[in-house]
Write a new protein. Structure first.
Length: 175
């Protein structure tokens, strides 16, 4: 009887160890997202170059849309870094960088709940920038397209509010 428990405990420990080590299967996803940041970096400088070519043209709206595209790209890159840092630390392993002076204050402190809020906030900000770009060039969009874009943005805003409310309720029920 005792040897059966011992054998079953060994199997259980081996299974749990394998599952725990399986978290490393997520690491390539974060490396891939880091590569995506590099691609955004390339897109950012391509857009900056294209803007410099039209900077002295008469089309001020093109320059504004270009600037908003740069802002949009920067926001998306920042969002990806938040996902990379938080996701890696929450699901794979703590980043062993000590108390580096450039370590973001939120790093190591953002749980899944905080990550959700940061994520939806960034999505709302990106959506707002996209919406502003559309309104600057609204002459090239139909009323139906504009309505859909506003509706989608409002959906993101409402989702963000609902996430926050849900988080607030969840934090109150835990305490």
């Amino acid at each position: 009887m005792k040897s059966e428990k011992s054998a079953s405990k060994k199997i259980e420990l081996a299974l749990e160890s394998m599952i725990f080590k399986g978290r490393w299967l997520l690491a390539p996803f974060f490396v891939g997202l880091l590569y995506a940041v590099l691609l955004l970096w390339i897109k950012f400088f391509k857009q900056l170059y294209e803007m410099s070519l039209i900077a002295f043209s008469d089309q001020e709206s093109d320059l504004l849309v270009g600037i908003l595209t740069l802002v949009d790209t920067a926001l998306l890159a920042g969002l990806l870094l938040i996902i990379i840092f938080s996701g890696y630390e929450n699901f794979v392993s703590k980043l062993d960088i000590g108390n580096h002076q450039d370590r973001p204050a939120w790093m190591g402190k953002v749980g899944f709940s905080g990550l959700k809020i940061k994520l939806i906030s960034a999505i709302v900000a990106i959506s707002a920038v996209e919406l502003l770009k559309v309104f600057i060039s609204s002459h090239s969009h139909s009323d139906s397209e504009l309505a859909w874009k506003v509706g989608i943005h409002l959906t993101f805003v409402i989702s963000g509010v609902l996430f926050s409310v849900t988080d607030y309720i969840n934090s109150k029920t835990k305490s």
